[in-house]
Design a protein around this ligand. Structure first.
Ligand code: G6P
Length: 612
């Protein structure tokens, strides 16, 4: 959730830290801070509540923090309200040690109590401060910094990625991780640590992913990585394919709009390499011809929008494969007694590949003998590395907190996987298969057509942005689409919104429909369009204003009942959600724009959720 950057090099650290924090701000933006070691061994810290801009201004207004080794942090508050004191870096009582941390230390209260008894004075309410005070306690005892770091790791429980500075070793920083992402970057001017590769793209694309329980000592010319037992490790270096412009706004007002507009290209990148000679090909699964052998059920496990992708997948895969498929919220999965084992295939869907609940579900599935296949966007992320098989979406970096292109590419990839498996199992007719393959070839162009109607979405949003409650209704995969449309709207515009299976509304919630209530009706799923029409009539006759989404074929039938209609091209029913979501994204975007919301960084949210 929080963003971490660290630098040890031959040039001033602060500009590099601030630039890295700017690129990491989507991971959390309650407060930000930096700590720099001066060459003579003095730790200088500046941290402020609020966005990074506040920190920048505060730094500009004072004597510069000079030094070539430093750590920085942008925070999404868990323990302790967002204020200056609770902002990271946290400093030990003597001022010798500073720590930035992402994650949660679960036993921090117990450790804090014991340190309080020993006379340690705490400044903040955070779990993180416990780490730095404990480190100082052990360091004083042993006078050996690395021994003290290991003592701390033995004592703390929970998830963490950390950067540590010590004034006795002003030329180095120490990095540690467990269940939270951290990587090391090798640049021309020095070496880096970061919680996210986007923070490093301007400096290097050569990285090493740290694994759980590893400790790294980073200086300007050296990186040493040690295992939990203190042994040196030889770690692989990876080359990142993304370039820095992919993580910049490129003239768009917001990353969200840029990423919506990038969808044709992102979806093309997901699909094209997997189509060859009229077939869907997954090279990643070539060695696993028997992936489905003995599999009697599938769990699709994810959080947030990725869970909504799972809901679409449930309808599609169940029909295609003829076995039970369940979409599960990752935060519930391991507590709900899933029927795991060799006969269950678990598909984890995650843009970041770092979401803690999804990761925990993955581990539980593996522990209980199930094979795990993941659909991930970020290469080398934890979920990708721990899965038995990984299918990358290749959507490029997604910066806006509200996901768009990751969602569409995940959807298309999951649907392609379903069709591919159905083909292997001989469960899909040749005609239907060929039709889907043909439509996959042109799907990105169809998305481009939906994106042409910007004016209509803008105009409709201008008409409805003042509503304070919006319902989304749909049936079958349109219900899943409504879930995503509703989430998009509420997360960026702060309008209360609910999504209902259209047939369910009359079992209670219809009581909330009154003259003027806005209902977004999804009538895209061809087999149930007529039933949706009846549901639209039901809410209309109670005074609702209806904005409908439907296909060209049904424009008249649905449009005649709606105040406004967004029309999308007709494709094979299975692929229809990939187009259906686009007007919903833009509708939410323009509503939020009209309301003057901070679209890329909505309140209380963070893009990558690495706490439970
Ligand atoms: C956060 C993001 C959502 C995302 C969810 C799962 O809540 O704001 O956009 O869908 O996490 O993230 P993941 O990286 O696992 O797809």
């Amino acid at each position: 959730m929080c963003g971490i950057i660290g630098f040890a090099g031959n040039t001033e650290a602060v500009p590099i830290l601030l630039d890295g924090l700017e690129r990491l701000e989507y991971r959390g933006y309650d407060s930000a801070g930096v700590a720099v070691a001066s060459p003579e061994g003095r730790l200088q810290v500046k941290k402020c509540k609020g966005r990074l801009g506040v920190l920048r201004e505060a730094l500009a207004a004072q004597k510069p923090l000079t030094g070539q080794v430093g750590i920085g942090h942008t925070r999404w508050a868990t323990h302790g309200e967002p204020n200056d004191v609770n902002a990271h870096p946290h400093v030990s009582q003597s001022g010798k040690l500073a720590v930035v941390h992402n994650g949660i230390i679960e036993n921090y209260m117990e450790i804090k109590q014991s340190l309080l008894h020993k006379g340690v004075v705490f400044a903040s309410d955070t779990d993180t401060e416990v780490i730095v005070q404990l480190l100082e306690y052990y360091y004083k005892k042993s006078s050996n910094l690395m021994d003290a770091v290991y003592e701390v790791l033995n004592r703390i429980k929970g998830a963490y990625a950390m950067g540590i500075l010590c004034s006795d070793f002003p030329e180095q920083l120490i990095a540690v991780r467990k269940d939270a992402p951290l990587l090391i970057g090798y640049g021309a001017d020095g070496n880096y640590i970061a919680s996210d590769v986007t923070a490093l793209l301007a400096h290097t694309r050569t990285v090493t992913y740290m694994e759980d329980d590893e400790v790294a000592v980073v200086t300007a010319d050296h990186v040493q990585i040690l295992g939990r037992d203190g042994c040196f490790l030889e770690k692989e270096k990876h080359q990142i394919q993304w370039d820095v412009s992919a993580a910049e706004k490129g003239g768009y007002a917001h990353f969200m709009l840029k990423e919506i507009m990038e969808q044709p290209e992102a979806v093309r990148r997901t699909i094209q390499p997997r189509l060859a000679d009229g077939e869907i090909v997954f090279e990643e699964l070539e060695d696993e011809r028997d992936l489905m052998k003995g599999i009697s059920r599938i769990y699709l496990v994810a959080c947030g929008s990725a869970y909504h992708v799972g809901m679409i997948g449930k309808y599609a895969l169940e029909r295609l494969l003829g076995i039970p498929v369940e979409a599960c919220l990752a935060s519930e999965f391991r507590y709900s007694g899933p029927l795991l084992g060799e006969s269950a295939l678990v598909i984890v869907i995650s843009q970041s590949g770092e979401t803690l609940d999804s990761m925990a579900a993955l581990r539980e599935a593996k522990r209980r003998g199930s094979k795990v296949l993941s659909i991930v966007n970020v290469m080398g992320s934890s979920i990708a590395r721990e899965s038995d098989h990984v299918l990358y979406t290749w959507a490029g970096p997604e910066i806006a907190v509200a996901t768009t292109k990751a969602y569409t590419t995940q959807t298309v990839l999951l649907l392609m996987l379903g069709v591919y498996l159905a083909r292997r199992l001989d469960r899909i007719g040749n005609g239907e298969y060929q039709e889907i393959v043909r439509e996959l070839h042109g799907l990105h162009e169809r998305i481009g057509m939906v994106l042409k109607n910007l004016e209509l979405y803008q105009k409709t949003a201008a008409r409805y942005f003042n509503h304070d409650s919006v319902f989304y209704i749909g049936r079958n995969q349109d219900y899943a689409l409504g879930m995503e449309g509703s989430l998009k709207l509420k997360e960026i515009s702060y309008i209360h919104s609910e999504s209902y299976a259209a047939g369910e509304l009359k079992h209670g919630t219809i009581s909330l429909i009154e003259p003027g209530t806005l209902v977004v009706a999804l009538a895209v799923y061809e087999p149930l369009v007529e039933k949706m029409r009846s549901n639209i009539v039901e809410v209309r006759s109670r005074g609702a204003e209806v904005v409908a989404v439907t296909t060209e074929e049904n424009r008249d039938m649905i449009g005649s009942q709606a105040s406004e209609v967004f029309v999308i091209p007709k494709v094979h029913t299975l692929l229809q959600p990939v187009l259906g979501v686009v007007p919903l994204q833009l509708f939410a975007y323009y509503i939020a724009l009209n309301r003057g919301c901070d679209i890329d960084k909505p309140r209380n949210l963070a893009k990558s959720v690495t706490v439970e």
